[in-house]
Design a binder for this molecule. Sequence first.
Ligand code: ATP
Ligand code: MG
Ligand code: MG
Length: 377
Amino acid sequence: MNVLVLGAGQLARMMSLSSKNLDIHVTAYDVGSEKVIDPVTFLTVDQSLQQAIDSADAITAEFEHIPLDILKLCDESGKFYPGTEAIATGGDRAKEKALLDAAKVACAPYKIITEKQHLLDSIDELAMPLVIKTCQAGYDGKGQWRVKSLDDVEQIWAEMSEFLAKDASHQIIAEKMIPFDREVSIIGVRSKNGETAIYPLTENQHTNGVLTLSIAGKEKNAIQAQAESAFTAIANALEYVGVLAIEFFDVDGTLLVNEIAPRVHNSGHWTQQGCHVSQFENHMRAVTGLPLGSTVLNRPTAMINVLGQAAIPKAVLAVADTTSHWYGKSAKPGRKMGHINVSADSLSELGDKLADLAKVLPEQDYPGVQATAEQLK
Ligand code: ATP
Ligand code: MG
Ligand code: MG
């Protein structure tokens, strides 16, 4: 079978690698260069987007900020999963919040802003500190501001109005800053006939808005159940097909949704070693109509993102049960270049292995690894 992925980055690459043994062949459409490529070799495939659509058995996407005309073209083919509505919802925070409200899933109190008075109203209604985010663009914490005092308003409004002026459809959202204990996410998959399979909850650490460390295998049943019911409500509301990720704030054992991602997600990369069937393979199974695979955790597993480095730090491979996943991209400061997964038979053994990794990874480049190792040991 042939699958076309919109977007040609590491997620398309890992979807391709994960499904070779299912005899699924992946091509990727790079929206920026408008080229169809093989996302593993990066070689150009001599096809137009329309030809790639015509020759695909299924079409999917690795990111949510895709021009509407391309989404519509794919939808017309009748083989696009999870489809335009789900992808557009994940790519627009205003649509996303409306979906959460309709599905009765709790999120941070918010207000949509299109003019300066709305910003002032949001300060009255929600109370500072606020997190302000662009609704239509933004990833890895880009397109965000923090309002901590009234002195911040002029400067932030100047930058916000620049974004609003770019396109009449642009909106901004103010959210109450949530004093969370930690961040977690759930990754699950829904098939064409509405079956779901959900992975164990993942605990995530972000540094400057970018995910740096994920851990799976330490969660209690009650919190897993909360996350699963949010997943099911959202996936069913969207009649979703494929892998869907939901990020949450954990506030004293209660989960509030931060955002959803209508795709495979960085906080699910640990499933490549932690489970029999990874999020990438399960996504490909769902969109091609194959039976879903197991989402049961085999062993506690952690994932560490490698940011900005030109090569995989070799010493990590000497630590037992460690694997490297490299994306083959050119290095830029802070760019996601690859990731490391490490598994263990118990959480304390995972702590020992993270401590071994922390010895060979410089703390400034891999914040949180040492501290997390100590907590788990
Ligand atoms: P991603 O790469 O995950 O798509 P993004 O740019 O869409 O990132 P968010 O996930 O919305 O951004 O926010 C990035 C981080 O900022 C969050 O993981 C969280 O640490 C912090 N953050 C966002 N919104 C809030 C909030 N309302 N209260 C507290 N912290 C927040
Ligand atoms: Mg996001
Ligand atoms: Mg996020």
